[in-house]
Structure formats: structure tokens, C-alpha cells
Design a protein around this ligand. Structure first.
Ligand code: KIV
Length: 270
């Protein structure tokens, strides 16, 4: 379908329909209005305001330091840049694991202040009941299983999940529980591809894969990874659809040279 043909705003219900029709779902991270606009113009379905912002823009080694205030700010920026794509915001580390009232207030901010249509929450079963209650309150929730970066210190590595029979059974069970709790979709991160296929087949909600093979209902990548801007990322599942770091460095170097040699600005550039 052409980009023009996709002018109607997407909803969480649209994603279910896409799964039913076998239409693959395209998700990408966004952290600001500029990239949100460009990516929406390119025809993506979901703009995920990822807490990966703490790594790619914050320069940190993991996502744990990202705050609710920061996510609300980035969500509002993305919302201003996009009108058709579904905006989903990552709930940061420990923002939904305390009291339900606190979880509701934190998630509610992403919708009311940030303009997101949904939130994403990592893990299960600690958050299962909270997810059920959030959905009851009108907050759509996307789940996230497999390699859940906020639990990196418990997991101990960034490696693939679901390789052992025991872990595969646990992940399948958690996926079914999250669907039952009301999640409208589920991110599967670095899940062994055969298991990701099985989970995708057993759920009626769409799965969005990252590093989990081709059989998920959709895919998500971090925008600056696929654009070749975040050179620190060297995961095997990232395909660089462009290599923009080099042209950025070259343009800035050309500017610096022009300033230093006195050729910028010219008489007309005033
Ligand atoms: O924070 C993030 O960018 C994410 C995606 C990579 C799934 O959670």
C-alpha cells in the first residue's frame, strides 16, 4: 500500500486487524519531532518512544537511568512530529512496579501530557496485575518479553533468550498471560526464532520482533541503528539500511573547514 493510502490514524485495533490479514507491522523508535515526522512520512505504523533514548542520546551503557519526566518530554516531542502513526511510550525502569496508583499516574502522563496512545511495559509476571488494571482504566499496554533490557543485571548478558526448554516454556506461558491481562501487542526481543514463531502462532495479538527472526507479525528497530548513526551498536540483528554517520561527519568537517579558511559565509549568506 502507498504511503498516501495510509492516511488514517492507526489505533491499537488496527494492529489486530493487520495481524488477522497477515499484513506486517512496521515499528521504529523515535525520540524527537524531527525524526518522528520523517519516519511517519516514510510510512511506518508505530513510533516507539523507547527508553533506549538513555543509551543512544544519553550516552549511557543501559536504560536504567531514564526517568518518567524524560519519557513524557520525548513522547510530547514525537507526538508533535506525527499524526498518523501509533505512538507507544516505554515505561522506564521501576516506574510501574510500585503502587498501582503510582503506575497509573506515570502511565497516564504519557497519554495525557505526552499524547501517546499506548505504553510499553517490560516483563512478567511482576507487572501482570498492574497491566490488567491499567487496561481497565483505558490505557493500552504493549508487553515486552525475552531480552528485557531493564532487567539486564538479573539476566547477566545481552544474549538470546528462550534457548533452553525451561526458559522457552516460561516465555510462552508469560506471553499467554500478558495477552490474557489485556496487552494489545507484544515485543519479542532476542527470542530464539523458533520460539518467537510458536508464540506468534499461539497469540491473537500481534508480536513485534527485534532480533527474533522473520516469523513475528512485525519488526522494530532503533532508528539510529538502522540509519547507521549509532555506531556503538554492533548487534547481529541490526541491518544498516544507511550509513549516515559518515555523511554527517563529512558535512560538519566541510563546515568547520569553510569557517576556518574564511569561505563561509559568502557575501550572499547573510
Ligand atoms: O527502548 C527501545 O528502543 C525498545 C525497543 C528496541 C524494543 O524497547
Amino acid at each position: 500500500m502507498s504511503v498516501e493510502g495510509k492516511a488514517r490514524a492507526l489505533t491499537v485495533a488496527s494492529l489486530r486487524r493487520m495481524k488477522a490479514k497477515g499484513e506486517r507491522i512496521v515499528a521504529i523508535t523515535a525520540y524527537d519531532a524531527l525524526f518522528a515526522r520523517l519516519q511517519e512520512q516514510a510510512g511506518v505504523d508505530i513510533l516507539l518512544v523507547g527508553d533506549s533514548v538513555g543509551m543512544v542520546y544519553g550516552g549511557r551503557a543501559d536504560t536504567l537511568a531514564v526517568t518518567v519526566d524524560q519519557m513524557a518530554y520525548h513522547t510530547a516531542c514525537v507526538r508533535r512530529g506525527a499524526s498518523r502513526a501509533l505512538v507507544v511510550t516505554d515505561m522506564p525502569f521501576l516506574s510501574v512496579q510500585g503502587s498501582f496508583d503510582a503506575a497509573l499516574a506515570h502511565c497516564g502522563r504519557m497519554l495525557s501530557e505526552g499524547g501517546a496512545q499506548a505504553v510499553k511495559i517490560e516483563g512478567c509476571p511482576a507487572v501482570e496485575d498492574t497491566i490488567r488494571r491499567l487496561v481497565d482504566c483505558g490505557i493500552p499496554v504493549m508487553g515486552h518479553l525475552g531480552l528485557i533490557p531493564q532487567s539486564i543485571h538479573r539476566l547477566g548478558s545481552w544474549g538470546q533468550r528462550g534457548r533452553s526448554e525451561e526458559e522457552a516454556a516460561r516465555l510462552l506461558d508469560e506471553a499467554l498471560r500478558l495477552e490474557k491481562a489485556g496487552c494489545f501487542s507484544l515485543v519479542l526481543e532476542k527470542v530464539e526464532p523458533g520460539l518467537a514463531r510458536r508464540i506468534t502462532g499461539e497469540l491473537s495479538i500481534p508480536t513485534i520482533g527485534i532480533g527474533s527472526g522473520i516469523h513475528c507479525d512485525g519488526q522494530v528497530l532503533v532508528n539510529v541503528d538502522l540509519l547507521g548513526l549509532y555506531e556503538e551498536m554492533d548487534a547481529s540483528f541490526v541491518r544498516r539500511f544507511a550509513h549516515l554517520a559518515d555523511p554527517v561527519r563529512a558535512a560538519v568537517a566541510a563546515y568547520a573547514q569553510a569557517v576556518r579558511e574564511g569561505s563561509f559565509p559568502s557575501q550572499d549568506e547573510v
